[in-house]
Design a protein. Structure first.
Length: 143
């Protein structure tokens, strides 16, 4: 059995300076911020982030004129974001959006459910955003 070797101060410094992948929570928050910037660039105003409802969580809620957009954010290193949403998750997003509209009394607004796919690099940092503003219908089926 080899005795435990202490790392030299130089090695410890190099280990601290080496870029590390972000944890899941940090990747998700950065992806949400990147998606929110893309929404603002397209003229949407954010009403809420990570809103919890009895039906589930809404990543982003935005408005533009008399439209309401509920966005599910998916950070992906490869693949399409819409494909990453399973049937149960799609239904959950639609139910949460319906609950939000009823709770806030905004049923008269035109509402859509969208998906923001955020392309991540190997460290988990956002590289680009693909926003599909009308990704799901009222039953949660992809359009």
């Amino acid at each position: 059995m080899r005795p435990y070797r202490l790392l030299s101060p130089a090695r410890r410094l190099l280990d601290r300076l080496r870029p590390r992948p972000l944890d899941r929570l940090a990747r998700g928050r950065r992806a949400e911020r990147a998606a929110e910037r893309e929404l603002r660039r397209r003229g949407w105003r954010t009403l809420g982030r990570r809103l919890r409802t009895p039906a589930g969580e809404l990543d982003l809620v935005a408005t533009r004129g008399d439209e309401l957009l509920f966005v599910e954010v998916k950070g992906r290193r490869r693949g399409l974001a819409v494909e990453a949403l399973g049937p149960a998750q799609r239904r959950r997003v639609v139910r949460a959006a319906a609950w939000y509209m009823e709770d806030r009394g905004v049923g008269s607004l035109y509402a859509r459910v969208g998906v923001a796919g955020v392309e991540l690099d190997d460290r988990g940092l956002p590289q680009g955003v693909t926003l599909v503003e009308d990704a799901l219908d009222a039953e949660g089926t992809p359009r």
